[in-house]
Design a protein around this ligand. Structure first.
Ligand code: UD1
Ligand code: UDP
Length: 372
């Protein structure tokens, strides 16, 4: 029997890897061990609860205002004994967080094989997003199994010299999670508050946007909302205190914006499906909104998700106040520009990524995802 350990620590990793934990648990040839780093606490625990995943190990590393040094040092120190004790046949990490990178590094030090879920995303600029692009490139060097969500991501890996026999196109596991979340009859008090107005859905948290870029983003949003009484914005805010300070300063007292605590993933997908458009610097939301045909203004200078740009549902607007202001205004006032972006497409998967990854780990083969 193969022992597969899954290590993750933040909300987006949990959303995308818990469905895989549950799939692996159904496999006779696999024993799963779950280790969370606790890089996030409340935001992680809620996802574990929703998917019914109980960790075997919890490194509990989070502290307020943690730096990259804090996260890296704490995980490296605490995960060693877990890996030595369990000696898994393979460790799965997800995406590009510090949890994923440091856990892969620890496996490398102990010569334990790594499988990378959501492998091959690239901007080719290690400072954007920061530190995620570095993390994902470094994990690729270490990984034996690379589970790419799209064929474009797989091409990136092969161009970098990864062994093609270890690169699999599986689709993105987030699409698996999305199969069961959106409901026609979904209700929420915030949606009652929005009523017949156009719902603008906002999220923001990227490290490289903290400080002045985030202030510019929020100022642009406030200006546009001030000029459009038929819009109401809901912004489930990240728990990072630096994000909260910026939002308080720039958006506080604006009666067309509700800043609320983080919402559950079930709620988040339903808000995305209901919104008129989304403004975000999130990675995952760039994958989810295209499925619902919702235009996304990506408040970043780069994206590692060109599939959505190509499909037309994403527009990269950076963090300049006037650029965000004019793009946001255009989508509210120019129906043709809006319609050109608002069409459902799903380049990221068919909902069977977890089954494919489990097949590869258990049987050594799978039917590939040919979309993307
Ligand atoms: C992390 C990831 C980022 C990912 C994001 C998803 C790194 C370096 N960054 O960034 O790639 O996009 O998660 O959200 O791996 N906090 C809480 N409770 C929580 C979570 C966070 O209080 O449940 C606060 C803490 O004060 C913490 C701070 O937020 O110190 C920042 O968390 P951290 O994980 O360092 O950075 P994120 O911006 O969340
Ligand atoms: N999400 C959530 N609640 C929120 C905001 C986001 O459940 O209040 C979900 C969202 O649906 C997506 C994931 O969290 O699946 C994205 O996480 P985040 O933006 O924090 O990180 P990123 O994807 O940028 O790494």
């Amino acid at each position: 029997m193969k022992k597969v350990m899954l290590v993750f620590g933040t909300r987006p990793e949990a959303i995308k890897i818990c469905p895989l934990v549950n799939e692996l648990k159904t496999r006779k040839g696999i024993r799963t061990v779950v280790c969370v780093t606790g890089q996030h606490r409340q935001m992680l625990d809620r996802v574990l609860e929703i998917f019914g995943v109980k960790p075997d190990y919890d490194l509990s590393i989070m502290k307020e205002g943690q730096t990259l040094f804090d996260i890296t040092a704490a995980i490296l120190e605490k995960i060693k004994s877990v890996l030595e004790r369990e000696r898994p046949d393979v460790v799965l990490v997800h995406g590009d967080t510090s949890t994923a990178f440091v856990s892969a590094l620890a496996c490398f030090y102990l010569r334990i094989p790594v499988g990378h879920v959501e492998a091959g995303l690239r901007t080719h600029n290690i400072y954007s997003p920061y530190p995620e692009e570095f993390n994902r490139q470094a994990i690729s060097i270490i990984s034996r199994y690379n589970f790419a969500p799209t064929s474009l991501a797989a091409d990136n890996l092969i161009k970098e010299g990864r062994d093609p026999s270890g690169v699999y196109v599986t689709g993105n596991t987030v699409i698996d999670a999305m199969q069961h979340t959106v409901r026609e009859d979904y209700r929420h008090p915030e949606l009652d508050w929005v009523g017949d107005a156009r719902l603008i859905f906002i999220t923001a948290h990227r490290r490289e946007n903290l400080g002045e870029p985030m202030h510019r983003m929020f100022r642009a949003i406030r200006r546009v909302l001030g000029e459009h009484p038929d819009c109401r914005a809901v912004y489930p805010i990240h728990m990072n205190p630096a994000v909260r300070r910026a939002a308080d300063e720039e958006l506080g007292g604006c009666d067309r914006i509700h800043i609320i605590e983080p919402i559950d993933v079930f709620d988040c997908h339903n808000f995305e499906a209901r919104c008129y458009l989304c403004l975000t610097d999130s990675g995952g939301i760039q994958e989810e909104c295209p499925s619902y045909g919702k235009p996304v203004l990506v408040m970043r200078d780069t994206t590692e998700r060109p599939e959505g740009l190509k499909a037309g549902t994403l527009r990269l607007v950076g963090t300049d106040e006037d650029v965000i202001y004019s793009n946001f205004t255009e989508l509210l006032e120019n129906k043709a520009a809006y319609d050109a972006m608002a069409h459902a497409c799903n380049p990221y998967g068919d909902g069977h990524a977890c089954r494919r990854i489990a097949d590869i780990l258990e049987l050594g083969t799978c039917d590939p995802w040919t979309g993307g």
